[in-house]
Design a protein around this ligand. Structure first.
Ligand code: MTE
Length: 344
C-alpha cells in the first residue's frame, strides 16, 4: 500500500516486508497440531488456531477487555452452517491473522502492528456520532454494543496487495447500529475515522509518514446497510487484538481490506461522498468503492489471483480472485448500471 517518492532504484513496495524472511520463519515454525496456550485472554483461542512453535495469544497482544465485553463475546451466536456468513475455505490460523497486519499507525512493516501495539489502551473507549442523523452524540463502547447480540462471521479478507485470509470475526450488523442513530433523508454516505493519538500510534507523529492522519474511510449508505457489513469487536472467539483494530473496526468483505477501517472513534452521516485515506493519497491507484475486482489491476499488483495466507515460497497457495471477493450474489445489485472500471 506504500506510496513513496519514486526513484528508479526503488524496490516495489510489495517487497518492503522481506517476505522471504517471513516465509522461511513461518515454514520453520509451522508444525502440525496445536499446543496448549496459557493466555492472558483466558485461553479462548482454539488450540488448533495456533500452530506449534507460534507465539502464545498473550504474546500476540490480545487486547485487554472489560469483563462485560468478555461476557458478551462468550454469549455470541455461532456462525450459521451455510450461507454467505460462513465459507468452506479453511480458516487462516490465528497466529497469522494476528502477526501479518496492515495498520499503518503502528508502522509499514507487516510485523510492526503486533510488535508495537502491546500497550494500546482500549478501555475506556467511545465513538462520536455526528452529521445527518437525529441522534448524534458521544457513545461509550458499552452503549454501542448493548442492544446487539454478537455473532460469529467467517469471511474472506482480500487485501489490494493480493494476499488474503479467512477470518472468524465476532461482530454485529453495521446497518443495525446505524439505524439506531436515525439517519436523516440527507444521509447518503457514512464516514468512519480511526483514533488520532500520536502517543499510542508512533507513525502519527513521524515526520516521514505520508498518510494524512487520522485514517478515514467511507461507504455509501446502501452499502453500509448491507447485511454482510459488520462492526467487529473480536476474532477467533475472543476480543480483537490491538493490531487487528481493537476495540471496534469495520469489516466489509466484498471490498479490498483498506475499506475495513480499524479502531473507530467517529461515525459521521454525510450528504456528500467522504474521502478515504488511500484515495486521498493516490487517487489514480485507489478509489472510493474498492470492490474486489479481478478484472481491474492495481498498477503494482495484478488482481487476477491472490496468495491465501499462510503461504510459503514452496506452497504459494495462489487462488483465483473472484468478483466482489466471492460475494457477488449478495452485493452485485448494489452497483447495477455503474461502470466498475471507472468506479474502482
Ligand atoms: N485501518 C487503519 N486505521 N489503518 C490501516 O493502516 N489498513 C487497512 C485496513 N484497516 C488500515 C486499516 C488495510 S490496507 C487492510 S488490508 C486491513 O486493515 C488489514 O486488516 P488486518 O490487519 O486485520 O488483516
Amino acid at each position: 500500500m506504500l506510496i513513496k517518492i519514486k526513484k528508479s532504484s526503488d524496490i516495489p513496495s510489495s517487497e518492503i516486508t522481506p517476505e522471504s524472511v517471513y516465509y522461511s520463519r513461518r515454514d520453520f515454525m509451522r508444525g502440525v497440531g496445536g499446543i496448549a496456550i496459557g493466555s492472558a485472554a483466558g485461553g479462548l483461542i482454539s488450540q488448533a488456531a495456533l500452530a506449534e512453535g507460534d507465539k502464545t495469544a498473550a504474546e500476540l497482544n490480545l487486547a485487554s477487555k472489560p469483563a462485560w465485553l468478555a461476557q458478551k463475546i462468550s454469549q455470541r451466536k455461532p456462525v450459521p452452517a451455510s450461507g454467505p456468513f460462513v465459507t468452506v475455505d479453511a480458516k487462516t490460523p490465528y497466529s497469522d491473522v494476528a502477526t501479518y497486519n496492515n495498520f499503518y499507525e503502528f508502522g509499514t512493516d507487516k510485523a510492526d502492528p503486533s510488535n508495537r501495539a502491546k500497550h494500546f489502551a482500549v478501555d475506556p473507549w467511545s465513538v462520536e456520532v455526528a452529521g445527518e442523523c437525529n441522534k448524534p452524540g458521544k457513545y461509550t463502547l458499552e452503549d454501542i454494543l448493548k442492544p446487539h447480540t454478537l455473532e460469529e462471521r467467517v469471511y474472506r479478507l482480500r487485501c489490494v496487495e493480493a494476499w488474503s485470509m479467512v477470518i472468524p470475526w465476532v461482530g454485529f450488523s453495521l446497518g443495525d447500529l446505524l439505524k439506531r442513530f436515525e439517519p436523516s433523508a440527507n444521509a447518503k454516505f457514512v464516514e468512519f475515522q480511526t483514533l488520532l493519538d500520536p502517543k499510542q500510534f508512533p507513525e502519527q507523529s513521524s515526520r516521514f509518514a505520508t498518510i494524512h492522519w487520522p485514517y478515514v474511510e467511507g461507504l455509501r449508505m446502501d452499502e453500509a446497510m448491507h447485511p454482510l457489513a459488520i462492526m467487529a469487536v473480536g476474532l477467533y472467539g475472543d476480543a480483537m487484538p490491538a493490531q487487528n483494530g481493537a476495540p471496534i473496526r469495520l469489516v466489509v468483505p466484498w471490498k479490498y481490506g483498506f475499506k475495513s477501517i480499524k479502531s473507530i472513534v467517529r461515525i459521521k452521516f454525510r450528504s456528500d461522498m467522504p474521502t478515504n485515506t488511500w484515495k486521498d493519497l493516490q487517487p489514480s491507484e485507489y478509489g472510493f468503492y474498492a470492490n474486489v475486482n479481478p478484472a481491474v489491476n492495481h498498477p503494482r499488483w495484478s488482481q487476477a489471483t491472490e496468495r491465501r495466507l499462510p503461504a510459503s515460497l514452496f506452497m504459494p497457495q495462489r487462488v483465483e480472485t473472484r468478483p466482489f471477493n466471492g460475494y457477488a450474489d449478495e452485493v452485485e445489485s448494489l452497483y447495477t448500471g455503474m461502470d466498475l472500471r471507472r468506479n474502482y
